[in-house]
Design a protein around this ligand. Structure first.
Ligand code: VGL
Ligand code: ZN
Length: 198
């Protein structure tokens, strides 16, 4: 069995100057590049929304960014428009070394459902195909890094643990949005799921 590195959403819109900037989001890029060199299997994810996506506050009359709404699949935070397919904001950070990436998996493409996790959409049942890909390679252990710790990284890590992978989160190579204590909540959920935060 082998291990793989999963690099979550290191995209311009999640870096300073981007539409949904994560503080210091760009500072993790050199460290991630160094880590990429140590893995034989590297998967990158890319948040990739159609214009008018249902997770955008601008798609809901009278709603503002960071408000919570009820969607058929559960509560959903509304975001500023971000990572629109083909835009510069959706591009991977220019300094991220993508040369050795085996796979780039795009998510959030269904207009009706957001997708934080690299494995399932937010309905928690529509798969992205990443599980099958990793299973096919005999991968049993995952190291995760990227943006944002309390959203896409957290949900990817929790799904991975639920699917039976050993998960190591490299916290120094993640950065958080931290909305109303969401980072502390995420850390507790990951600890409870047996994820190693190192
Ligand atoms: C993310 C909010 C909306 C993330 C993606 O990558 O953590 N957060 N879309
Ligand atoms: Zn998104």
């Amino acid at each position: 069995m082998s291990n793989a590195l999963i690099v979550i959403d290191v995209q311009n819109d999640f870096c300073p100057g981007g539409a949904l900037a994560v503080p210091e989001g760009d500072q993790i890029v050199p460290g991630i590049n160094a880590l990429i060199a140590e893995f034989d299997t590297v998967v990158l994810t890319q948040d990739w929304h159609p214009a008018g996506h249902s997770s955008f506050a601008s798609s809901h009359n009278g709603k503002s960014a960071y408000e919570l709404i009820d969607m058929p699949y559960g509560p959903q935070v509304l975001w500023p428009d971000h990572c629109v397919q083909g835009s510069n904001g959706a591009a991977l950070h220019v300094d991220l070394n993508v040369t050795r990436a085996n796979m780039i998996i795009r998510k959030g493409m269904n207009p009706e459902i957001d997708s934080y996790s690299a494995f399932f959409e937010n309905d928690q049942k529509t798969p992205t195909g990443l599980h099958g890909y990793l299973k096919g390679l005999g991968v049993s252990e995952l190291t995760m890094v990227g943006l944002a710790t309390d959203f896409c990284v957290q949900f990817s890590a929790l799904d991975a643990a639920r699917l039976g992978f050993n998960v190591n989160l490299r916290q120094g190579l993640c950065r958080a949005i931290d909305l109303d204590g969401s980072l502390a909540t995420a850390e507790k959920a990951m600890d409870d799921a047996g994820i190693s935060r190192i």
